[in-house]
Design a protein around this ligand. Structure first.
Ligand code: ADP
Ligand code: MG
Length: 229
């Protein structure tokens, strides 16, 4: 059973700053990720994991090299086409994508659908459906501020799932959670991977979580150091 490639990179490189302060955060990364795979990106703090994730997720531009989605070089797409692709294809579980604490759980979750121009009735139906799927059916109209850390992270996951993405990018999805809550988050992510074929790309420090993935990609000082932990 060979799945098609969903996302790949060629000599992907990213530098920050210029002249004397030029810093090569990522160098010549070649990756090939198949649809439905689960991939862990591991490596020490500062090794370039988040930089790689941001480039893969089209949230930042490479200094050189390319990212391909469905074998198409995304640099050939206009900014608007990239925004559409991101909105339709990806779900994000990133710490910096905060919830709006004063909005309800449902309002937070349906934000990507609003951006995608989905009708208000359909937004609500789909929002309620994914919130039930992450066991938050009882908290739909609560203010996000009033949830526990684990509940907030499940809201973030519901928001990532609401547009039926093909790829979920998760940067330290269990980082700030106790182990029981972390396990619950892992289960939601991997259930979606196994049952719905969603490709998972996860940055993690947690070697147990990394080992749950089909493959581990090890980054050291901005370089790909093979597939090991
Ligand atoms: P990781 O996620 O593995 O901890 P990052 O990808 O966040 O690492 O960062 C890799 C390196 O690039 C670090 O040395 C970091 O300080 C640097 N870096 C990241 N983002 C920027 C930026 N916007 N400007 C300058 N340096 C950056
Ligand atoms: Mg990081």
């Amino acid at each position: 059973m060979s799945q098609p490639t969903i996302i790949s990179t060629e000599k992907l490189s990213k530098s920050y700053g210029k002249n004397q302060s030029l810093f090569k955060a990522l160098q010549n990364i070649d990756l090939n990720i198949k649809s439905g795979e689960s991939i862990a990106i591991v490596g020490k703090s500062g090794s370039g994991k988040s930089t790689l994730m941001h480039l893969l997720a089209l949230m930042d531009k490479p200094t050189s090299g390319s990212v391909h989605i469905d074998n198409k070089d995304i640099s050939e797409l206009s900014k608007h086409e990239q925004d559409l692709l991101r909105n339709r294809t990806f779900g994000f579980v990133f710490q910096q994508f905060f919830l709006n604490g004063n909005a309800t759980v449902l309002e937070n979750v349906i934000l990507p659908l609003k951006i995608a121009g989905v009708s208000s009735k359909e937004r609500k139906n789909r929002g309620i459906e994914v919130l039930k799927a992450v066991d938050l059916g009882e908290k739909i109209y609560n203010k996000a501020n009033n949830l526990s850390g684990g509940e907030k992270q499940r809201v973030v996951i519901a928001r990532a799932l609401v547009n039926n993405p093909r790829i979920i990018f998760a940067d330290e999805p269990t980082g700030n959670l106790d182990s029981t809550t972390g396990k619950r988050i892992e289960k939601i992510l991997f259930d979606n991977n196994k049952n719905n074929g969603i490709t998972l790309i996860i940055v993690t420090h947690d070697s147990d979580l990394a080992l749950m993935c089909d493959r581990q990609i090890y980054i050291k000082d901005g370089n790909l150091r093979g597939e090991q932990i």
